[in-house]
Ligand binder design. Structure first.
Ligand code: DGY
Length: 420
């Protein structure tokens, strides 16, 4: 299937806007944080120089305070809402004012293992990554509770996951907000979040703007504050990978801080353990309540390599139960729950980047059979259905954006047998 690898490269080339890659034409016309990081690894399989430019453009959007934003608006484009005129970041380039899952440290670690050995480049990246991690700890866990918060569902990258339905539902709806959505002009409504979701997403942003994006105030008094196991687990792995980069570079000055972060977030994962369902789940920091259900983010425990023997046993049982339901990898939400929806964005469909992280996770847990199964099922899913944004877990049909960059990137990574 060499042709499909060429197709994957062409998709990424067509979505390239010079030195960065958009996730997909019209629907997402800018540079997104975790999309771009996964994409860079895919590009690394065939063009190392261009892959590093992708990373440089991400760092180009990094704020003075260390945050790497969710979206970087390098060039104007009116096909997306909310664009730079809503966020008003006052930065150059303009960006959104929230972040996204910090996979970039892990991606750079993988590049190192695949041959990126230039110490000047690596030291420069390392300093920027340390700054980003410090921003996360100081702004998303200001009381050092060992739980990282998201202050907007968009920060999780899994916008409309049922994981925070209670937190979203608790926001008073302003019926007079008229949100000029653009996403559903490109994609069927049944595959996207609802108008009501968007109304609430925007209310959260307007409240943050009232606070002048003061992160401490937003954490204490904002409309939304949830610990997403996805962010928690991705950050733990990112810190572990950053530590490995530090060792490679002999950056002894940073070892103790990295160890501190790894311990703090590792040790507090137990607060996400929900005895009612015997699984890791999301935690509403505002109400102190755990969500009584499992999503694909809960399953990233293996990616972070956390949990005691019993917890890992339970999680493995859940994994097998859920994987039994589909031939294509992991649905974004537990298919045995009533909130599961096979078409709707992060409420059920399968996402290839999640399959990628899960296959790494199961390798970490010495479950190489499961890991290989997820990998071969992801390849099959794409070969049979195309390079879509997400897929129906029952029938494999593609949904959302077509010719999607990170789906193409994961295909290249899996087909070239990288990492796992
Ligand atoms: C969107 O606009 O749908 C994105 O998920 C926000 O990051």
């Amino acid at each position: 299937m060499k042709d499909l690898q060429n197709k994957a490269k062409n998709i990424i080339r067509n979505n390239s806007r010079g030195n960065f890659t958009i996730p997909c034409d019209t629907l997402y016309p800018f540079q997104w944080n975790w999309d771009s990081a996964f994409c860079a690894l895919g590009i690394f399989t065939y063009n190392k120089e261009r892959a590093l430019k992708e990373i440089d453009m991400l760092f180009n959007g990094q704020w003075e305070n260390g945050m790497i934003p969710q979206i970087i608006f390098h060039k104007n484009n009116s096909s997306y809402f909310p664009g730079p005129e809503i966020w008003q970041s006052n930065t150059n380039p303009p960006t959104s004012c929230i972040s996204q899952p910090p996979v970039i440290s892990t991606i750079i670690w993988y590049m190192l293992t695949l041959g990126l050995h230039d110490k000047n480049i690596l030291n420069d990246y390392f300093d920027k990554l340390m700054k980003y991690h410090k921003w996360y700890v100081n702004n998303r866990d200001p009381y050092k509770k060992g739980l990282l918060s998201i202050i907007h569902p968009w920060e999780s990258g899994r916008d409309n996951s049922p994981d925070w339905d209670d937190a979203i539902d608790a926001i008073d709806v302003n019926p007079f907000l008229n949100i000029p959505r653009k996403d559903n002009q490109h994609i069927d409504n049944e595959q996207r979040p609802t108008n009501d979701d968007y109304n609430r997403y925007m209310q959260i942003i307007y409240k943050c703007k009232d606070f002048d994006w003061d992160n401490k105030k937003i954490y204490d008094e904002g409309l939304f504050n949830v610990c997403d196991p996805g962010i928690q687990f991705i950050f733990i792995k990112a810190c572990k990978d950053l530590y490995k980069i530090a060792v490679y570079l002999n950056r002894e000055d940073t070892y103790s801080l990295l160890e501190e972060w790894i311990d703090l977030y590792n040790n507090n994962c137990d607060k996400l353990w929900n005895n009612k369902v015997n699984a890791y789940s999301s935690f509403n920091i505002k109400t102190g309540k755990l969500h009584d259900c499992i999503s694909c983010a809960s399953m990233l425990y293996g990616y972070a390599n956390v949990g005691n023997e019993d917890q890992r046993k339970y999680m493995l049982e859940h994994s097998k139960r859920i994987l039994h339901f589909t031939n294509y990898g992991f649905p974004s939400y537990d298919p045995h729950q009533k909130r599961f929806d096979n078409k709707k964005y992060w409420r059920g469909p399968i996402w290839c980047i999640i399959n990628f992280m899960l296959s790494i996770g199961f390798t970490n847990c010495n479950e190489s059979q499961l890991s290989n199964k997820i990998k071969s099922n992801t390849i099959k899913l794409i070969e049979q259905n195309g390079f879509f944004e997400y897929f129906d877990p029952h029938v494999g049909r593609g949904y959302g954006g077509e010719n999607f960059s990170w789906t193409a990137a994961i295909y290249l990574i899996f087909k070239n047998d990288l990492l796992i």
